[in-house]
Design a protein around this ligand. Structure first.
Ligand code: ZN
Length: 425
């Protein structure tokens, strides 16, 4: 039954029309049928088993151009010119990593090693990376971004957000955003990561810079604005001023909120209709209620708790209250140096009270919600054809087999970008 996959010569030769909302089976032109999928996670509850994952067993999927145009059971698949045998693997939507910090230079191995030997994590460790990032050339920064993006792609991440925040001068922040914008549309201005060391005695002056000259230089290169709202970084009033200034320039808010301690970050995120409140490790009942009754996604970043031996965020509590939860890597050199969404799924299931289904949803559809995107994080007609193939009979294996490189092939926008290592044996 497993005749092997044939990804390289089966991709559509040309981009097709935008087939958004086209639920009709396509004609057999310039389309690619992927068949023999053991389990297909669509994240469309109107499909398959009717669960939030919309899981279809023995599934097939048709791609035209960069879009999914049909999903269903293999036996009902339409005829197409091109045909790919998934070899009994599982297919999930490409992971959506909605929170990373990839524009940096330097290394914090020594800090990690010290912390694992008993020293507490403090936000000020960021200063080490700021110094290294300022000293790096543009080419060095870009090479680093490309390296970690490739690493993430090999692990199934097809959409990622990334931020500035290690420059903390007008020119260094704008430079980071220019570098990031060459690789993703989801770029976040985080001049308010910490108060710049240059303004250690004048935090109000730094907030004025972040909301003034630095914002002017950065807004053209970013979609989002973010603040690290935390003791030792920015308080609620400062964070509100920064996010409000960004909104006035057309940037949409997201907030590093309630990571290290209780605080105003989550309430502020909801008040300002932020797309996401990120971390959410220390939440009051009022914080949970606010998230559950808003369009603000709670983005949980278990790599940070793992790498700092900190208390886990309580995903179960948020889900039971009705909040939308996303999972993301927070990939950065200080507090969470992982680019692996499968690793985050495994941690969320093991230690944060999520079911495997919930964790897979949060790493795909949840991430899309945290970026206010409807074209990714799902595999139903109209979605961008971003696929991660798992060498496993079920998506549950992402948590069941932690640390195992199950992602064997990745497609983005309708074409293979990581080639398959073969069908399931
Ligand atoms: Zn972060």
């Amino acid at each position: 039954m497993n005749s092997g996959n044939e990804p390289t010569n089966s991709a559509p030769a040309t981009a097709g029309p935008d087939t958004t909302n086209n639920a009709v089976a396509p004609k057999a032109t310039a389309a690619t049928l992927i068949t023999n999928i053991a389990g297909l996670v669509t994240n469309d509850p109107s499909l398959g088993d009717g669960s939030p994952l919309g899981l279809i067993q023995d599934a097939a999927l048709v791609i035209e151009g960069d879009r999914v145009v049909w999903t269903g059971e293999s036996s009902k698949a339409p005829a197409t010119d091109n045909r790919v045998d998934a070899g009994g693997r599982t297919v999930v939507p490409g992971f959506v990593d909605s929170h990373s910090h990839l524009v940096f230079a330097g290394d914090r191995t020594a800090e990690f090693n010290a912390r694992m030997s008993g020293r507490a994590y403090e936000a000020g460790g960021i200063r080490t990376t700021v110094a290294a990032t300022r000293a790096a050339t543009d080419a060095e920064l870009e090479a680093n971004v490309v390296r970690y993006l490739r690493e993430a792609l090999r692990q199934g991440t097809t959409t990622f957000e990334t931020k500035s925040g290690y420059g903390l001068t007008v020119e260094d922040e704008a430079r980071a955003l220019r570098v990031a914008a060459r690789h993703t549309d989801e770029v976040t201005y985080l001049g308010a990561h910490i108060v710049s060391p240059d303004y250690a005695d004048d935090p109000a002056g730094y907030v004025a810079l972040v909301t003034g000259e630095m914002l002017d230089a950065c807004a053209p290169h970013a979609r989002w604005i973010d603040v690290f709202c935390e003791k030792g970084a920015f308080d609620g009033d400062q964070a509100r001023a920064i996010l409000t200034a960004g909104k006035a320039r057309g940037l949409h808010p997201r907030v590093h909120a309630n990571q290290l301690s209780y605080g105003p970050g989550v309430q502020l995120a909801v008040e300002l209709d932020a797309a996401s409140a990120d971390h959410c490790t220390h939440l009051t009942d009022d914080d949970v209620d606010a998230l559950a009754n808003s369009a603000t996604v709670a983005t949980l970043l278990p790599g940070a708790e793992f790498s700092t031996r900190a208390k886990w965020p309580d995903a179960r509590r948020l889900l039971d209250a009705g909040a939308t939860v996303a999972l993301s890597t927070d990939c950065n050199p200080g507090s969470s140096f992982t680019s692996s969404m499968p690793f985050c799924v495994a941690l969320a299931v093991r230690d944060m009270g999520m079911t495997p289904d919930e964790a897979v949803w949060s790493a795909t559809a949840g991430g899309a919600a945290a970026l206010r995107r409807t074209d990714i994080g799902r595999l139903s007609p109209g979605a961008r054809a971003d696929l991660a193939f798992l060498d496993a009979p079920s998506h549950v294996h992402l948590a069941y087999r932690p640390g195992v490189p199950l992602v064997t092939e990745v497609w983005r926008a309708g074409a293979p970008v990581v080639l398959g290592r073969g069908a399931r044996a």
